[in-house]
Ligand binder design. Structure first.
Ligand code: SF4
Length: 489
């Protein structure tokens, strides 16, 4: 095989269909032994003739772009790759968080995190690159959402990576691969711009992920997708990808930074287009969503309710429609400074009301917000955090998960100081503990509903594991709080 595409091991699993467990890849790898983690929580993907039956969406996109240009390429899982490396000229790796610098890993693991141990995804990425280098002289090309972490010559040299592709790769990667196959000793960091035509995947994806729109444009200063303007894909292309996935997956996950803004006119929801999309794709299989914006929910209650009706939520397989969303703060000052676009069409001063109203709409329509908060914005004060705590109190009766993450200086704020566990003040710990208590309250309810579709042994293991995590987490959070506060004060 001339070209192999693969991904680090944590990305090459469907987590028994419980895709949100994928966040555990950001946890410190001493949480449970890697052997048990990869057996019970993150099992490998199935293969057919050595090729991955399902693969990360980004890997499938690059595969499609290469196949359309006539390249000989196969997607091989990392644990099967040795067999195929002999005559390979290029190995392309998809990675989300190779150095653990994303917000979730930064918060919970690594040198800045609450537990000073590398995460599963960092461990897997390093192991994969070492294995390829040991068994092959192929050029190693790394892309994906976490490629920015490697875009430095010193880091690339340390790993032995030849090329890093940052940004959209569908147009750029075939050009680079052609030059390599023509004998050019190509090395370095390459940046892909917005592609004109997003190719249609040729194989099924992890979680049945299907992209419906790319980019965001709301302008939050701490976020990468904000740099790309919103581009919605034609419904025919989306349906084509849904059909490909429906052959293998029971459920497809429509992906966009905000699924409600499909074909939107800036911040005005295009009700007709959104409902047409959901009606069309639900003809082929069950449908989930990846992300939604709280401002969109608050501005389009009718659309939220219609989507639940179209998808028949709740049902046995989908007790609710879960999606990631961002609260980030309860402080209007922080909203104005870093994320005024997130609130539109509402005003920054109204953000807490918008969030609560949106949680209420979600609750009424069986949507489950899995929301993030950001701790440690550069200009954050105690008063800002207290306002976020007040907002948390308003949300305590809504079924939801709320995860606090440390501020990471990327996009418009690159160059600012990262926030780390050593910067935690007593009010940050209070926020952490409030979030923990909120999540524990809902986690057992959600786990019972969500894990019902897992095989019995994994389900029993997960329930026991969740009980263990809740007990241990509570104990360790209290220990961490007192040890950090003793050191600091
Ligand atoms: S709304 Fe979300 S995706 Fe859009 S720019 Fe803000 S944080 Fe990024």
């Amino acid at each position: 095989m001339e070209i192999i595409l693969t991904a680090e091991r944590c990305l090459m699993s469907n987590y028994h269909g419980a895709l949100f467990l994928g966040f555990m890849a950001c946890a410190p790898k001493n949480l449970i032994p890697p052997k048990m983690f990869f057996k019970f929580i993150c099992p490998p993907v199935k293969t057919e003739n050595g090729k991955a039956v399902i693969a990360p969406y980004g890997t499938r996109k690059i595969e499609a772009a290469l196949l359309e240009k006539g390249f000989n390429v196969a997607v091989i899982p990392p644990d099967k790759i040795e067999k195929y490396l002999k005559n390979t000229k290029i190995v392309g790796i998809t990675t989300n968080d190779p150095l653990g610098l994303g917000p979730a890993s930064t918060t919970f693991s690594g040198k800045n995190g609450l537990i000073k141990e590398e995460s599963y995804n960092v461990f897997c990425f390093r192991e994969l690159v070492e294995k390829i280098k040991e068994k092959s002289s192929a050029k190693i090309v790394v892309g994906g959402a976490g490629a920015w972490q490697l875009a430095e010559k010193k880091v690339m040299d340390e790993f032995g990576i030849d090329l890093v592709v940052v940004g959209e790769g569908e147009d750029l990667v075939p050009e680079l691969f052609k030059r390599i196959l023509n004998g050019e000793d190509l090395k370095g960091i390459f940046y892909g711009g917005a592609v004109e035509r997003i190719p249609i995947i040729k194989g099924a994806t992890i979680g049945g992920l299907v992209e419906i729109a790319r980019g965001c444009g709301r302008g939050c200063k701490f976020c990468q997708p904000t740099l790309q303007k919103l581009r919605s894909r034609p419904i025919e292309d989306i349906v084509e990808e849904v059909k490909i996935n429906a052959k293998v997956n029971k459920l497809v996950t429509l992906h966009a930074e905000d699924v409600l803004r499909y074909k939107a006119d800036r911040f005005k929801i295009n009700e007709k287009a959104v409902l047409e999309l959901f009606s069309e794709v639900s003809k082929y299989c069950k449908v989930g969503i990846s992300h939604f914006s709280l401002a969109s929910v608050a501005s389009a209650e009718g659309v939220v309710s219609e989507i639940s009706t179209i998808l028949g939520i709740p049902n046995k397989i989908q007790p609710w429609l879960a999606g990631q969303t961002g609260i980030e703060t309860g402080s209007p000052k922080i909203v104005k400074e870093y994320m005024h676009g997130k609130v539109l069409p509402f005003k920054a001063e109204d953000w807490c009301d918008v969030v609560e109203q949106s949680f209420g709409i979600c609750s009424d329509n069986n949507w489950l917000p899995c929301a993030t908060l950001i701790i440690g914005f550069p200009s954050e004060t105690e008063d800002d955090v207290l306002k976020t705590l007040e907002l948390l109190d308003r949300l305590k009766d809504y079924k939801s998960l709320i995860v606090p993450l440390f501020f990471v200086p990327i996009a418009g704020l690159s160059g600012q100081k990262s926030f780390s566990s050593d910067d935690m003040k007593p009010y940050h710990w209070n926020l952490m503990i409030e979030c923990w208590e909120h999540d524990v309250k809902w986690l057992k309810v959600l786990a019972k509903e969500y894990l019902a579709k897992m095989p019995a042994i994994s389900r029993i293991f997960m329930h026991k594991f969740i009980d263990f995590v809740v007990k241990e987490g509570e104990k360790r959070l209290k220990e961490l709080k007192s040890s950090y506060l003793t050191q600091t004060f």
